[in-house]
Design a protein around this ligand. Structure first.
Ligand code: ASP
Length: 597
């Protein structure tokens, strides 16, 4: 029996036709001696009727059908009897009266039911273990299809704009400047290792030196990091690089891509160009370089107002060159002790020593610190924070960067609490795209006690800031840009350095990479730049995250066919796993784990 239609296809127009459908038994009901099957495939569901009056053998066989049996059915499309139409199904107006049934394969009882609710009911670990069943769920099938659409729209867009998709190696070289890498031993070169690429960064720059001019790739990248909810050890980027461009060209190219993709995936027209914000403004106002601008709760600066304060914590922060800032959590004065503790724990986990706050309740300022404030200080607070009855004021007083971090995080926690209590509405389908620009090229890392590249060491400084490289490197702005959407960093990139001397200077003098190390890691790049490297720049967008947003899911695992858990485990294939001693010997590897044989 060869299928004539998919299970989501039949409509009233096909009434009277003989059809053959194949698929999985989604549900079975016996009603008044008649067997009803909801048959499912990737395209949807159709009701099949097995009636003993009509065809006894197939009705008999239908008795044995269970969930997830794979069957082929031949029958006639007919209108469902009046009153039994199912408006929930696109095929709900019709049903197929079966003449013939073939069981192509039975199924064990599935560990969870394959329907929309099982996504929330079945634990995610169980779903990942039986991913081939989980992917049968309509929601997951829809996500896979949408991911495909987005990839296709991306490829078509770049093709139309003169880009070439070029594959770059997965077996790359260790360059431990960035995240921790996955290493791959080389059997034929004992003691030597490849590394899986964290991104195709160096290859795409080499492609520009090679004259490719416009490159893109939907590229796999690998980072051996401790995983957070939105991270995967292997993930996908939309990666691109262009020659002879300025930052403006890149903004327009990416705005065009995102407009195309939003139209393809959601049929929505998004307005371009996107607004831009300088890094420093994002940090001062939102305490984040990826601000969610759909709501206020902005950071307010009070440094000048508390410069002479009697309250020691604030005063000493200002005296030692730091800042005092606050946010007004409007309407949160009634915060429970538990909520205040959560906020304090959040503050502490991002480096604060504690959390100073004022609850404005019953016309009073309830706070152990208010007694230290002068009238002028109170007046400044009222005016700048627009304090009203019912507000909760949260303070940060420390080094500038530390206050940004703490209040930026608190702003998000507060927004969550306010959302849950209905005091703040943040529309889920409002798309606040934002370019964040003018990042510092270099950041001082107090732990490593040296300067590190804010983005990566290939980012070009803003031309007029180059003279500051020697005297005040942290004042130099990089030609770096991040594309942010509703508080999520969709991607980032930069105009690159293409002058070998400047690149060498950044490696050796600014980032203090010892010359021999710079040579062994990046020597080929410095050499390539001496053979006519064009000015160039690029960007990479997190493809999984983009798909998750477009699918309306907060979990990137929902848009990856076979993702790994937070412990970097693939529960379906049970990987990573032990290997045979011979395999290790071949690779010249000896284990020193406790249970190594
Ligand atoms: N390779 C960079 C990254 O993965 C993006 C870029 O600069 O193009 O973040």
């Amino acid at each position: 029996m060869k299928r004539t239609h998919h299970c989501g296809e039949l409509r009233a127009a096909q009434i009277g036709q003989k059809v053959t459908l194949t698929g999985w038994v989604h549900a079975r009901r016996d009603l008044g001696g008649i067997v009803f099957i909801e048959l499912r495939d990737r395209g949807g569901n159709t009701q099949i009727v097995f009636d003993p009056q009509h065809n006894k053998p197939s009705w008999e066989l239908a008795q044995s059908l269970r969930s997830e049996f794979v069957i082929a059915v031949e029958g006639a499309v007919r209108k469902r009897p009046a009153g039994t139409e199912n408006t929930r199904l696109p095929t709900g107006e019709v049903e197929v009266l079966a003449h013939q049934l073939e069981i192509l394969n039975p199924s064990d009882t599935p560990p969870f039911q394959i329907d929309e609710s099982s996504g929330t009911q079945a634990g995610e670990d169980l779903r990942l273990q039986y991913r081939y069943l989980d992917l049968r769920r309509p929601a997951m099938a829809r996500n896979l299809a949408l991911r495909h659409r987005i990839a296709k729209a991306t490829r078509d867009y770049f093709d139309a704009n003169g880009f070439l998709e070029v594959e770059t190696p997965i077996l790359f070289k260790s360059t431990p400047e960035g995240a921790r890498e996955y290493l791959v031993p080389s059997r034929v070169n004992p003691g030597k290792f490849y590394a899986l690429p964290q991104s195709p960064q160096q290859f795409k720059q080499m492609l520009m030196v090679a004259g490719v001019d416009r490159y893109f790739q939907i590229a796999k990248c690998f980072r051996d990091e401790d995983l957070r909810a939105d991270r995967q050890p292997e993930f996908t980027q939309i990666d691109l690089e262009m020659s002879f461009i300025t930052r403006e060209d890149m903004y327009a190219m990416i705005e065009g891509l995102l407009a195309t993709v939003w139209m393809a995936a959601r049929g929505e027209k998004i307005p371009t160009p996107f607004p831009r914000m300088q890094f420093i403004e994002a940090m001062e106002r939102f305490g984040s370089d990826k601000p969610d601008t759909r709501f206020g709760l902005e950071l307010v600066d009070l440094t000048k107002d508390f410069a002479q304060s009697q309250f020691k914590v604030f005063r000493s922060a200002v005296d030692s060159g730091g800042v005092v800032k606050a946010i007004n959590a409007k309407g949160l004065a009634g915060a429970t002790q538990g909520q205040i503790e959560t906020l304090t724990e959040t503050a502490k986990s991002f480096g604060a020593k504690g959390l100073a706050y004022i609850k404005v309740e019953g016309g009073e300022w309830k706070s152990p610190i208010v007694k230290f404030f002068s009238d002028a200080e109170k007046k400044a607070l009222i005016e700048k924070l627009k304090i009203e009855e019912g507000d909760l004021i949260l303070f940060g007083a420390d080094k500038r960067e530390a206050v940004w971090e703490v209040l930026g995080r608190l702003r998000l926690v507060v927004a969550d609490i306010l959302k849950k209590t209905g005091k703040l509405t943040v529309p889920e389908d409002q798309w606040n795209f934002l370019w964040v620009v003018d990042f510092p090229l270099i950041t001082y890392n107090p732990e490593a006690k040296r300067h590190v590249a804010t983005h990566h060491p290939f980012t070009s400084p803003v031309a007029e800031d180059i003279p500051l490289l020697d005297s005040q490197p942290t004042k130099v702005r990089g030609q770096h840009y991040d594309i942010v959407l509703n508080g999520v960093e969709l991607g980032g990139g930069s105009i690159r350095i293409h002058q070998p001397e400047l690149q060498k200077k950044i490696f050796e003098q600014v980032l203090e990479i010892p010359p021999d190390m710079a040579q062994s890691r990046f020597g080929y790049m410095l050499q390539a730049f001496r053979y006519g490297a064009p000015p160039h720049g690029g960007i990479a967008l997190g493809f999984d995250r983009l798909c998750a947003i477009l699918c309306g899911s907060s979990n990137i695992r929902d848009v990856i066919a076979f993702p790994k858990t937070a412990k970097a485990v693939d529960l379906m294939t049970n990987s990573p796993s032990e290997v045979e001693p011979k395999q290790l010997r071949d690779l010249h590897i000896k284990l020193d784990t406790e249970d190594a044989g």
